[in-house]
Design a protein around this ligand. Sequence first.
Ligand code: AHR
Length: 499
Amino acid sequence: MIPLKAQNTMTINADQPQNKISRHIYGQFSEHLGTGMYGGLWVGEDSDIPNTDGFRDDVVEALKALEIPNLRWPGGCFADEYHWRDGIGPREDRPTRINTHWGMVEEHNEVGTHEFMRLTELLDTEPYISANVGSGTPEEMAHWVEYMTYDGNSTLANLRRENGQEKAWDVKFWGIGNESWGCGGNMEAGYYADLYRRYATFAKDYSGNELYKIASGFSDDNYGWTETVVEQAGWMMDAISLHYYTIPTGNWEQKGPSKDFGEGMYFAGLKQGLAMDEYVSRHSTIMDKYDPEKRISLAVDEWGIWTDPLPDTNPGFLQQQNSVRDALIASTTLDILNKHSDRVRLANIAQTVNVLQAMILTDGNRMLKTPTYHVFDFYRVHHDAMLLPLHLDAANYTYEGEHIPAISATASRDEAGTIHLTVTNLHATDPQEVTVNILGSDADEISESRILSADAVDAVNTFDNPDRVAPQSFEDYTLNDDELTLRLPSKSVIVIGVE
Ligand code: AHR
C-alpha cells in the first residue's frame, strides 16, 4: 500500500447554509463550430444514425442524464455573423453561408431556430440565445425576440406558426453580443456600453416572457472593460459575461497537447485552471462598486481547457482529446464557481460535443463519454443546493518548485437535507487523506460515493477503450460521529453524500 503523504483538514458548517448554487452554473455551449453541431448533435432525419428529428439519440440520451440546465447557441464568434432568418423555413430553401471563424466551411443552416429549440426540448434544458450585435442590427435582434416569444397576432408570430411552432417559446437567457471587444466587433468598452443599451432597449418582453439580458464581458484580466460596461450600462443588464480559457502553456500560439503528455503539462494545466478564482474574485469586486447588492450576475459563459488541435484535424474545428487532467480542471473550476455563487449564477463550459473541453466525442456512429462528462455527472448533486461554508487546510502539491493546493472541494446541502461533498486530489502521484469535520448536523450515513480516477496523468477515453477513465464506487472512507475521513488516490475526484 502506498503511504499517505499529507494530512488535509476540512470543516463544514452544515447548519449555516450560504446561498443557493444556481443550477445554471452547469450550463453547456453548442456553437456552429467544427463537428460540434453538425455530426456531433445533428445528423439530419435521413441519417442511418438513429435520431429524433435529426438529433442523434445516443448523444441526446447521454447529455440528458447530465440534467443540463441551459444550452448556449449559436456562438461564440459565430453568433455575431449569424442572421436568424437564414435558419427558418424549408431547409432546402435556406441559404449557404461561409463560417468564416471556424474553418471557412459551408454553413447550410440546417439547424436554425426551430431545430435548436427542438434540441432544448429533447434535452429538457433552457435555451440561452446569443444574439448578433457585431454584424446585425437592433431591428434584426428585436424581430428574433418577437418571432420566438410573442403569442399574439403579428406578422412575425404568424410566420413562426407557418413554420410549425404554434405556441410562443419561453426564452429567458438572451446574450447581447459575444466578445464584442474581439471577434464580435473589436469595440471599445464605452462604445459597446452605448450599443448594449441601444440593443437592450429593443429586446422586449412579450406575452409574459421575461428576458434575462447578458452583456458581453471581457476575458481573463481585463478589468477595465467590466468597470466601464457595468458603470455605464449596468442598470439595463441582468448579467455580464466573463470568458476564461485554460491554456496549459499560457501561450496561445503553442497551447500544449491534449494527450501524450507528462506531469509538467498536467501540473501546468491545473495551475492555469486555478487562475479562474482570481479572475472571478476581481471582476466581482469591481461589480461590487456599482452593484453592492449583487443584482447583476457574473456569467462565466465560456470556460474550459483549450489545447493544440489534434494532429491531422482542421485547426478551425478545435478538436482535442479529454484526459483525467481535464476532468480535474472541470472539478476545480466548478468548485471555484460554486464558491462564488453569490455572484456567479450562470456559466457554460466550452463546448458540449467534439469541440474544446467536450462532454462527448463522436466518430461516425460511435460516441464516448469523456472524463469531463463524469465530473458534470458527479456535480449534479450541487444543482440548486445550498452552498455550505467550508474551511479547508490543504497540503501543497509541489512540482519543480511551484505549488498548488493538493485538494479542492465543494460542500452543499440539498432540499432533502443530504450533505454532498465533491473532493478532488490534484496530486499526480501522492494519495491524500482528508479529515472532514461536519459541524451542525447529525448525519451519520453515507448515501452515495463514487470516484473518478486514472492510471496516468494523460489517461483518456478512446473509441476502442471508452471506459478507461470511468466512475467506480468509492469505499475508502470512515465515518465516526461527525468526522469523515477520506483517502483519495492521486489524480482523482469523488462525490459523497452524508445523511
Ligand atoms: O469557444 C470557442 C470560441 O472562443 C468562441 O467562439 C469565442 O467566443 C471564444 O473566443
